[in-house]
Design a protein around this ligand. Structure first.
Ligand code: NAP
Length: 206
């Protein structure tokens, strides 16, 4: 049976998922946005940030999200930012399909991550990701522009937001340009942790 297509992001209380410029990545705003995830044991191990870490519900959510994902799709901006920051053993351990205009050979990393660069659109990238994921789910990893393309095309089944207790004021808005007339949401789960509020929604055509 085919898995679901989902995305899972951290969002500021005022709706932003990244600072305005990539140069600010890893700056104060990003660290505050991701303050719930950095201490988690699974995240730390996967990103090679060091031993140990928290093991409560936030850690379970990180691990469950990782384990359900059989392949990821991401935009070129997220890939460019990650290429500079991910450890040599990139943290996906599955195929990753990068939607881009740039032609580039597949980039294989130790540990099972293979980045493939897809030049013929989001549906082609998703078809390839579904095929690679088998029974597991496909994660639209980000960033905002790519998530929105999939959402507006009616190709997302479910999404989760870790709502962080921080205000950005400006930056990349998750839902800027969403086609609200076509998309209806169903609340599946809301789960507070000491560090964030985890919200999960089903997506249906309106
Ligand atoms: N808060 C979170 O949890 C979270 C999660 C993930 C990412 N992020 C953040 O999101 C930011 C990046 O998001 P973004 O919205 O700037 O960009 P993005 O979605 O990562 O990438 C957009 C780029 O991907 C390529 N692309 C997208 N759709 C395409 C298509 N249909 N055909 C061909 N190419 C296509 C284009 O690049 P080219 O024309 O150059 O190929 C486009 O400019 C980063 O700062 C990242 O940190 C945040």
């Amino acid at each position: 049976m085919a898995g679901k297509v989902f995305f899972s992001v951290s969002m500021s209380l005022d709706g932003f998922i990244a600072p305005a410029s990539l140069g600010e990545l890893m700056g104060r705003q990003w660290m505050e946005l991701q303050q719930w995830i950095f201490p988690q044991r699974h995240f730390r191990e996967n990103l090679k940030l060091g031993e140990g870490g928290e093991e409560g519900r936030d850690n379970d959510i990180v691990r469950e999200t990782f384990e359900r994902t059989g392949a990821s799709v991401m935009g070129k901006n997220m890939f460019d930012a990650g290429e500079k920051m991910w450890p040599e053993e990139a943290p996906f351990h599955t195929p990753v399909f990068v939607v881009t205009h740039e032609k580039r050979d597949p980039w294989e990393r130790p540990g099972g991550t293979v980045f493939r660069f897809v030049n013929d659109g989001i549906e082609s990238a998703l078809d390839q990701a579904r095929e690679a994921a088998g029974d597991r789910d496909v994660r639209i990893a980000g960033g905002g522009a790519t998530i929105l393309e999939y959402l507006n095309a009616g190709l997302v089944d479910e999404f989760s937001i870790a709502l962080s207790p921080v205000l950005f004021g400006s930056g990349i808005r998750l839902f800027e340009g969403v086609d609200a007339s076509r998309i209806a949401l169903e609340q599946i789960r809301s789960e507070p942790s000491p560090r964030a509020t985890h919200l999960t929604y089903g997506v249906h055509p309106r």
